[in-house]
Design a protein around this ligand. Sequence first.
Ligand code: XUL
Ligand code: MN
Length: 343
Amino acid sequence: MSQFKFSVGPWNVHEGADVFGPPVRPTIAFAEKLAGFKQIGFSAVQFHDDDVVPEIESKSASQITATARKVKQMLDDQGMAAEFVAPRLWESARTIDGAFTSNSQADRDYAIERSLRAVDICREVGCDLLGFWYAREGTLCSESKDMHAGIHRMIEGLNRILDYDGTIRIFIEPKPNEPIDRSFVPTMGHAMALSAETIDPPRVGGLVESAHAILAGLDPANEMAFALALGKLFGVHFNDQNGMRYDQDKAFGVENLRQAFNQVRVLVENRFGSKGEYIGLDVKAMRTQKAEACYEHLKNSLQMVELLEQKVGQFDYQLQRQLIEARDYEGLEMYVMKLLLGG
Ligand code: XUL
Ligand code: MN
């Protein structure tokens, strides 16, 4: 049994299309996914705004809240909660050049409006957490945007939301690249700096996705520990990544076992979850996976967390202290290797 609660997004069970090929598995309706998630052991769902309200761009504010209310009923019927809502600010024709940092004033206004509607959706589905993955807030052409102005526009966007709802909390999920080549918010340090500049810093935190940290050349456990030290780790996206490639969203721990162990360790040691936080997954099934086995990557990721929690439970903190005292870090490293290998 895990000490954590887990969440998952509906996009984590998907048709297997990639940039080079079409879908390979049939679409599964949200209601069916919800039942599947519950059965596997998840207690909350992560949402994009249009996961809750399909075709959101053509709906009025009242149509949006009415649709969201129906999804809340579906969650209640399954005994599931909503963890967060993230406005999908990267697919609209009005966010081609970014959202808050777009060079178009009309598009920047759209980004704010759409974010405020996502806050309305949070209220309807019963969560107080809004998520920003700043997908297109960066450049494909270095000289195309004024980063100085862009950063101020991003802070202004956060302030508009904080001002609109006095209870909403916001997380920033940093990612260094993809779909843009230079992100304005590539790491947790950048996210924390933005938070500090807002009108209500305690309400703006971060979410670390393991794969995004690896893409930035950083250790995900350290990115998590950094936000934890500032009291601002609002969420995590556990997954894995084979080096500096495209964002792979592999099952947790399958590529970088020691880093995965350390992610679980820092969460356990710092009592992550004690304020209601979830361990979220952001994992994709491999394209080769058959339709009937398209939830296995979720089950495997949960199992990896539980197995690593057991390893953390076995971690000999007294030995760690002794080895640190003796400055025998080779010894400490080998101890961790043996612990993970069961030796
Ligand atoms: C993109 C990513 C997103 C966010 C939610 O790389 O991780 O799925 O987690 O918008
Ligand atoms: Mn993610």
